[in-house]
Design a protein around this ligand. Structure first.
Ligand code: C2E
Ligand code: MG
Ligand code: MG
Ligand code: MG
Length: 279
């Protein structure tokens, strides 16, 4: 079981991937408490419009500030939340906090949309659209300020149910994006049926496009596909000026990435936002 103690010196055991590792079991057991005790935080990353370089919205990205283990990235606990069904409470927490943030920013005069990420598992919950509607009403925030990112995998296990939930969310006036586009194994047929506004090209392709012809071809074709469907494109993971120029050249509308701004807590993002306004 414990490959680390084997004598070869080369370990293929990765405790972060093993759902039975002590750390994973600990995190899984503590996640419910983390939600109740507000150990979670939303970081925000701006998205810009390439033609104007202006900020056009933010993506909310969850973090777990664990009392003893420190900052834990979502890659380490989202799938645990999915496995343990805590994902429903977690996404509710994310929704409510993103909506509270919108309210707060509106009071500061900042009117830009916030996109949240939902898991595939959330889209089999048929009460989700009603829950979102209620939250928006409670905080008096118009649905047009909230956006939702979902991955292609959402339409694999129970496509009919996921599609009907997606359609109801869209009917509330919430824009939907397909996240990490091109990394799933799903068919493209959902693009014909679903009320989607945006494709987000996965950062693995964007990050590789200047060095790798295949990555560049995938970025170019995704932009072409999106435009022929009337969708806008966000390039994620833009880490340098050269990549920013390359996607601008390909008529990609929006971009996100460390080169523009790293995800950060709300106060730092507000500071970034005001400094951008003055350039
Ligand atoms: P994602 O939705 O595709 O988010 C983009 C990820 O890329 C974020 O990682 C962001 O910090 C990172 N990123 C942004 N720009 C760059 C860049 O230029 N270079 C590099 N190397 N990375 C960049 P993060 O915050 O660790 O989130 C990872 C994933 O976890 C997200 O991928 C999303 O699938 C999931 N996630 C995050 N927050 C939530 C949440 O509230 N709910 C759910 N269900 N999933 C979430
Ligand atoms: Mg996302
Ligand atoms: Mg993404
Ligand atoms: Mg991703």
């Amino acid at each position: 079981y414990n490959a680390k103690s084997q004598s070869s010196g080369v370990s293929i055991y990765n405790q972060h991937q093993d759902s039975h590792s002590p750390r994973r079991l600990q995190l899984m057991a503590e996640l419910g408490v983390a939600i109740r005790d507000e150990q979670l935080a939303l970081y925000y990353q701006p998205k810009i419009e390439l033609t104007s370089q202006k900020c056009i919205g933010f993506e909310a990205l969850i973090r777990w500030k664990h009392p003893t283990l420190g900052m834990i990235p979502p890659a380490e606990f989202i799938n645990l939340a999915e496995m343990s069904n805590t994902i429903h409470a977690l996404s509710l927490w994310v929704l409510e906090h993103a909506i509270m943030q919108l309210k707060k920013w509106h009071e500061l005069g900042i009117y830009l949309p916030i996109a949240i990420n939902l898991s595939a598992r959330n889209l089999i919950n048929q009460s989700l659209p009603e829950v979102i509607k209620r939250l928006l009403q409670d905080y008096q925030v118009d649905a047009k300020w909230l956006e939702i990112e979902i991955t292609e995998s959402a339409f694999i296990s129970d496509p009919e149910r996921a599609e009907s939930v997606t359609r109801e969310i869209s009917r509330l006036g919430i824009a939907l994006s397909i996240d990490d586009f091109g990394t799933g194994y799903s068919s493209l047929s959902y693009l014909k049926r679903l009320p989607i506004q945006t494709l987000k090209v996965d950062r693995s392709f964007v990050g590789g496009m200047l060095l790798n012809k295949q990555d560049a071809a995938i970025v170019r074709s995704t932009i072409g596909l999106a435009h022929s469907f009337g969708l806008t494109v966000v390039a994620e993971g833009v880490e340098d000026k050269e990549t920013l120029d390359a996607i601008t050249e390909l008529n990609c509308e929006h971009a996100q990435g460390y080169f523009i701004c790293r995800p950060a807590p709300e106060d730092q993002i507000v500071t970034w936002y005001y400094s951008q306004q003055n350039v």
